[in-house]
Design a protein around this ligand. Structure first.
Ligand code: NAD
Length: 265
């Protein structure tokens, strides 16, 4: 049985982290070739080591490359690296930060606002821009760009992280517009909106603070945080041709959280 991503070349940003690594694993199992990119060299090396045996397609490959998504030259060079693979088919702009110094309107420092926007918004813009340039250069008739936003782009939280929330709202808006602009070229753009997850990004922030944890957990109809692999499954669908008529979509993977008022006891 051919994999659902057989023969597709993909770049994943933030590939050493929770969602990025799980997605790399599923992409490889489905027959894609993957360039894993991340800013963190040491963790990226470990992640590459973990997945190296999973390449399914005989012509497939997995490689890694240090990329800071807020630096356009880094992103451009990573995309150009896939020229020798036959060009990019799938771009998963997934890297993002949620800074501990982020806060409400008064608390959030200017430099943290700028850092968050540079990584979470400009990084997604650069990834989208160079993906389109590559798809055009290789005369591809279809391509899938998936941009990780967040549930907080669509619902407000009384535990504010203003820069983070604003950045993810921008990801939704820019993804929607790109989807419409490039639809007739066959290039699809969709957003992934995860709910709070069991990944280091959130769990390190919550630590052992039971009250902080409960404040969030109580809103899940399912009574639990999400798992990174549950986001990765959605990314596989959006990357594959199974989603050929899914465009400009905010794919909310949240266990029903954003549709819940009172949750089960
Ligand atoms: P994670 O922290 O495990 O992974 C993020 C990865 O991005 C890390 O490996 C990190 O090194 C990398 N990264 C950070 N800055 C970078 C940069 N400038 N350039 C390249 N790579 C960089 O977090 P995760 O949960 O896997 O998050 C992935 C995405 O999902 C993020 O965009 C995040 O905002 C979003 N998200 C996460 C949650 C959650 O609860 N974890 C919820 C909603 C949305």
């Amino acid at each position: 049985m051919p994999g659902r991503l057989e023969g597709k070349n993909a770049i994943i940003t933030g590939a050493a982290g929770g969602i990025g690594l799980e997605t790399t694993i599923l992409f490889l199992r489905e027959g894609a070739s993957v360039l894993m990119t991340d800013i963190n060299h040491a963790v990226l090396d470990k992640a590459l080591h973990k997945v190296q045996g999973l390449v399914k397609n005989p012509a497939g490959r997995v490689e890694s490359r240090v990329v800071d998504v807020s630096k356009e030259a880094d992103v451009e060079a990573a995309v150009a690296h896939l020229d020798s693979w036959g060009g990019l088919d799938v771009m998963f702009n997934n890297a993002g930060i949620m800074h501990p110094k982020d806060g409400d309107a008064e608390e959030c420092p200017n430099d943290i606002w700028d850092l968050t926007m540079n990584i979470n918004v400009k990084g997604v813009w650069y990834g989208s821009k160079h993906a389109v340039k590559s798809l055009r250069k290789h005369n591809k008739k279809k391509g899938s760009i998936i941009n990780t936003a967040s549930m907080v782009a669509i619902v407000g939280a009384a535990t504010p992280q203003l820069a983070y929330t604003a950045s993810k709202g921008a990801v939704l808006a820019l993804t929607r517009e790109l989807a419409i602009v490039h639809a007739r070229e066959g290039y699809r753009f969709n957003s992934l909106c995860p709910a709070p997850l069991n990944t280091p990004m959130l769990q390190d922030f919550l630590g052992d603070d039971k009250a902080k944890r409960f404040r969030r957990e109580v809103h899940f109809p399912s009574g639990r945080f999400g798992e990174a692999i549950e986001q990765a499954h959605a990314a596989v669908f959006l990357a594959s041709d199974e989603s050929s008529f899914v465009n400009a979509h905010d794919m909310v993977v949240d266990g029903g959280l954003t549709k819940a008022y009172v949750t089960p006891e």
